[in-house]
Design a protein around this ligand. Structure first.
Ligand code: GRF
Length: 246
């Protein structure tokens, strides 16, 4: 082996400089969670960079938020595709063009095809407005009120083929009071979502959080089925909310 070959080999083996971790966010609406992620990024608390925001609804306000933050905003209307499979195929192509490390669903109101989920398994997170596994699906606040639950909240979870059924990473809890309505619950849950989603994204981008079939892992340790949980008291304190004394 000549000296030249040797130094070439060393050059080949040198690690690529690691660039910022890349995030693609999928939305359908207002994008208040997207805004929380943008704000975290601007304070260096996201652990990476949002490189594109994609919406299936061309009028989604979240696209404006992305644009204002200088992030590529892509409208990909599902109505222009004949089938769910055709749409998800197009979405995969647009996402992959941005070479993301993580795909973040932030109010993306679409049922995903198995092909789409499998493509990004282990690197796709969602936020859901309930303490999963309670209230998978829609109308979570109304169902919680009907059931007269005393505890409600939100969950960040890995996306799997089961709707709202993937391993839970992090939850924030809130104590439901007798005065709560769908609107007050929605506001309180949203505030908690904005608190925990950037944290979970940062954990993933820093390599602390991993998907496994048995559950989410944090620093190599399997988390309990409800993931980590921020209590009502801790969340209220973070949010500077008044805590009602019983
Ligand atoms: C949030 O409540 C989230 O839990 C659900 O969709 C809503 C999106 O709200 N998946 P926004 O568009 O982020 O304001």
């Amino acid at each position: 082996m000549s000296g030249t070959q040797y130094s070439d080999t060393i050059t080949d083996m040198a690690p690529e400089p690691v660039g910022a971790r890349r995030v693609v966010v999928l939305i359908s609406g207002s994008g208040s969670n997207l805004q929380a992620l943008i704000d975290a990024q601007s304070h260096d608390r996201l652990g990476g960079e949002i490189v594109a925001v994609i919406s299936n609804e061309p009028d989604a306000y979240g696209l404006k938020r992305a644009h204002e933050a200088g992030i590529e905003a892509v409208a990909l209307p599902h109505r222009e595709y004949d089938s769910r499979d055709a749409y998800d195929g197009a979405l995969i192509k647009v996402i992959e063009r941005h070479e993301p490390d993580l795909i973040v669903l932030a109010g993306f109101m679409r049922i995903l095809t198995p092909r789409f989920v499998q493509r990004f398994l282990g690197r796709m997170l969602n936020i859901h407005p309930s303490l999963l596994p309670a209230y998978q699906g829609l109308n979570t606040h109304a169902r919680a009120l009907t059931d007269k639950v005393t505890s409600h909240g939100c969950s960040v979870h890995f996306v799997t083929e089961e709707l709202d059924g993937g391993p839970v990473v992090l939850q924030a809890e809130l104590a439901v009071s007798v005065d709560d309505t769908q609107d007050t619950l929605k506001d309180k849950v949203h505030a908690r979502e904005h608190l925990i989603y950037p944290i979970a994204v940062q954990w993933f981008l820093e390599g602390r959080l991993q998907y496994s079939a048995e559950g989410a892992k944090m620093d190599g340790h399997l988390l309990p089925p409800h993931g980590m949980r921020l209590s009502h008291e801790d969340a209220a304190e973070e949010l500077d909310e008044n805590i009602e004394e019983d």
